[in-house]
Structure formats: C-alpha cells, structure tokens
Design a protein around this ligand. Structure first.
Ligand SMILES: NC(=O)c1ccc[n+]([C@@H]2O[C@H](COP(=O)([O-])OP(=O)(O)OC[C@H]3O[C@@H](n4cnc5c(N)ncnc54)[C@H](O)[C@@H]3O)[C@@H](O)[C@H]2O)c1
Length: 437
C-alpha cells in the first residue's frame, strides 16, 4: 500500500518537503492555513523563489500531491510533518502560536482516528517545547497518549534556502528525537528508505531540539569570526581576507564553508535562532558570553559600511546611494532579516536617497519600503546618477559589471561588501570589506 504523508505549513521547508515526497511517489497532502497560497501552489507555482522548487512541485502535482487548507486530509496519513513558522518575538524568544494552532488541530483529528499516526515536528523549537508545549496540546485534544496511541518525533530540518530541494533530497543527517517505541522504529525504516546511506541519529526530544540550535549557532560563529578577522585585515595595508579564508578553509579541522566575510549574517534562520538560543541559555542560568559576542559582531558589521560611507561621501544626508542586492543571499527573494534591509533603514534615518536593484527580491523590498526609496529593474538604471554603489549581495550577474556599466554614475564610488571586483581593474574609487587599503 502506498504510504500517505501530510505536510503542515507550506513555506520553504514544508513546500520543499511536500514536493520532494510527492515527486518520489508518496501520496502527499500539503496543507497550509493560507488558502490563497494553497491556490497558487496547486497551480504549480511557488509563492517564493527557490531554484528547482517549481520543477519538483509540478512533478509532484502530476503524481501524488494534493494541496489544500483542509486539515481533515491528514486523517489517513501515516506520517504528519509539522513545518509551520516559529518566528522571533520582540524579546528574542520564539513565537509558538503557529505551532500551537496547528498541533491542536492535528490533535482533534487524532481523536476520532483509528490509525496509528506519527507526528514529526520539523519547525525549530527551543529544548523542552516538545515535552512542555506540543505533547500536552496533542494529548489534550486527541484524548490519546503519545508513544502508545500515536508517535511523536522531533525531526529538525537543516536545509538551506537556495539549495532547499537538493538538501531535502540529500540531507547530511537525519535526527529523530523521542522515545524508543514502535513508532520510532517505523520512522527509522521510513528515513532509511528515503535517504539510504545518510546517518540517522536517534536521541531524545530535548537533544534533537538543541542540535538545530547547535548547528546554526556554530555557523553564525564562523561568520562572525571571519568578519572580525576581515575588519582587522582592512587595517593591514593590502591584506586580503579571501586568501586567508581560502587557506584556513583547506585545513580539514576548519572547513571552507561559511567563511565568506561580508556585511554580516541575515536570513530567516541564523539571527532568529541565535536570539532564541541566547534567550534560552539565560533562562537556564548560563551566561552566553560567546553567543553574545557573535551577535554583537554581527550587529556592528553594518556600521563598518556606514562609517566608510560617511567618510568617503563627507556625510551621507541627501546623498544618492544605490544598494545592489537586498536578498539575504544570492538565488533567493527572501529578505527576512537581510542586512541590506537593515542598512537601508539606517541610511534612510540619515536622510540618504536610496535606489535599489535586486534580480529577484524587488517586490519583497517594495513591501517594506513602499515609496520611501526608488527601485530599478536594470543594473545600469540603478547605477545611473548614483554617488555611491554598495554591493551587499553576491549575485552572479554583478560580476559582469564593468567600466561601461558604471560610467553614468555621478560619482564612481564603490563599496564592495563581497569583494566581487577585488580582482578587476575598475575605474572607480573602490573599497572592499576585508581588504586593507
Ligand atoms: N527557511 C529555512 O531555511 C529553514 C531551515 C531549517 C529550518 N527552518 C525552520 O522551519 C520552520 C519553517 O520555516 P519556513 O522558512 O519554511 O517558514 P515559512 O514562514 O516560509 O512558512 C511557514 C508556513 O506555515 C504556514 N502556517 C502558519 N501557521 C499555520 C497553521 N496554523 N497551519 C498550517 N499552516 C500554517 C504559513 O502560512 C507558511 O506558509 C521554522 O521553524 C524555521 O525556523 C527553516
């Protein structure tokens, strides 16, 4: 019999998972509270840009994928994955309302259901959430016992936006947190078949929840580490942070990834997960000295750019500044917690006149700034009459920029936070983060 799987919450994680499962032949139900989103997805379109996603989604829709806002579809499913958002609250803690809402609905459906279902929580939640929040809601609404009447497993997700499909198909590890029950054995069999040769780590709920924070806080630490070194390099004549990253990255104890110096980490995960972990550490009586330092370096990184601008433009009020790239990294339209957005907000406070260009993220940027800034659809138009261009995101198409593209700038001043032009002979006053003047 074909296995039936439900995925609750069709964002980056859920939609990628639902599309991959369906394309592999599982009967899959993708469920989201947002009816409008469901209608768009049902037609084979994603509501955000993610390479390979629409292709996989369309394959899934042809096979076995049903998209709906109807939770009752989970009734006959063997596995129910929860992938709803856990955004950040003002105090840094995570917002659990979406988790609570979705698991109480799941609980009510479990109540009248004879099937032994397994609920897997993929959303990132702080240690203890499964036992203290999710399990009680499920048991109360279903009037059933976890471990006996249904399975409950913590299954943190490690995918990266821009490689979400590949990461969903080929994860580096599968973590299953929970008790050693028949449900756990069934989940293990499922994942061994889905991802042959991928290590499966079976542990308890709290450890599984903590693994995700360990992962992301380590990545954030690597970024802040290299950014701190980058700031030092900038003060050593002709020192080059990229040669340093490349070299230390060859040491297998260090590894080359996440050592790209830049304006700081952003995106929907690292800033939020760092804040949640700092908040959680304090709540269990641990002073998170290192984590605080990682965050402080990140917060201050944007100041480097502003300081440089103020110095080179002799004040930035009413200066016409072009920001190249607003997505938090290339190949995505996601601007959640993007440093570029943070920079624009700061520049607007200082009364600069901002023009932006981004190949994918202009619409999302408009939703934040409206008519407070200008938007251009071409690199040339964005640079025209500008007094300074700041390159924030390393989009591949920026590499093609040459002297011809910049000749209509009012002042040819370039601040390159990604060292895109470090090796080029570009006819401009050129400053790059991480390269000593
Ligand atoms: N984006 C990433 O790169 C990434 C990677 C690993 C883990 N995570 C974690 O996975 C979780 C999901 O992240 P995301 O980026 O996919 O989020 P997202 O915001 O892109 O998507 C969440 C989806 O859940 C839906 N939703 C909200 N409440 C719901 C409800 N009650 N019932 C059904 N659907 C509901 C929303 O409409 C939305 O479509 C978060 O906890 C996040 O921290 C994200």
């Amino acid at each position: 019999m074909i296995m039936k799987i439900a995925v609750i919450g069709l964002g980056f994680v859920g939609l990628s998972l639902a599309a991959v499962l369906a394309s592999k032949g599982y009967k899959t139900f993708g469920i989201d509270i947002d009816d409008k989103k469901c209608r768009v997805i049902s037609k084979g379109y994603s509501t955000f840009f993610e390479p390979e996603l629409e292709k996989t989604l369309r394959k899934g829709l042809k096979n076995n994928l049903v998209i709906s806002n109807d939770f009752s579809l989970i009734k006959n499913c063997d596995f129910v994955f929860v992938t709803v958002g856990t955004p950040q609250k003002a105090n840094g803690a995570i917002e659990l309302s979406m988790i609570k809402n979705s698991v109480s609905k799941i609980g009510k459906i479990l109540h009248n259901n004879k099937k032994d279902q397994i609920i897997l929580i993929k959303s990132t939640v702080i240690p203890g959430t499964m036992k203290d929040v999710i399990l009680p809601i499920l048991e109360k609404n279903s009037k059933k016992k976890a471990g006996k009447d249904f399975g409950l497993i913590s299954n943190p997700e490690f995918l990266q936006e821009t490689t979400a499909i590949r990461d969903t198909k080929f994860p580096h590890a599968v973590v299953l947190g929970g008790y050693d029950t028949e449900y756990m054995k069934k989940a293990k069999r499922f994942f061994s078949k889905l991802h042959p040769n991928v290590p499966i780590i079976i542990t308890n709920h709290q450890t599984a929840e903590m693994v995700k924070y360990a992962n992301n806080s380590f990545l954030a630490t690597k970024i802040s580490f290299i950014n701190q070194l980058s700031n030092i390099c900038q003060n050593i004549p002709e020192a080059n942070i990229d040669d340093i990253s490349k070299t230390i990255g060859l040491d297998p104890r260090i590894g080359k990834l996440f050592l790209n110096a830049g304006p700081g980490y952003g995106g929907s995960c690292l800033p939020k997960d760092m804040k949640a972990l700092i908040n959680f550490a304090s709540s269990v009586g641990v002073k998170p000295i290192l984590l605080n330092a990682v965050e402080e370096i990140n917060e201050k990184q944007v100041q480097q750019i502003i300081k440089l601008l103020e110095k080179k433009l002799n004040g930035i009020s009413s200066r016409k500044i072009t920001v190249m790239g607003t997505s938090f990294k290339p190949n995505t339209d996601d601007i959640r917690d993007s440093i570029s957005i943070k920079l624009i907000k700061k520049l607007l406070k200082k009364k600069s006149k901002i023009t932006v260009y981004d190949p994918k993220a202009l619409e999302n940027t408009k939703n934040i700034f409206g008519d407070k800034i200008s938007y251009e659809n071409s690199i040339i138009d964005a640079l025209s009459k500008s007094q300074c261009a700041i390159f924030m995101t390393h989009w591949k198409e920026f590499e093609k920029i040459d002297n011809k593209s910049i000749r209509h700038m009012k002042r040819r001043l370039i601040i390159d936070c990604r060292r895109i032009f470090a090796e080029e002979k570009i006819d401009a006053e050129y400053y790059a983060l991480g390269i000593g003047q």
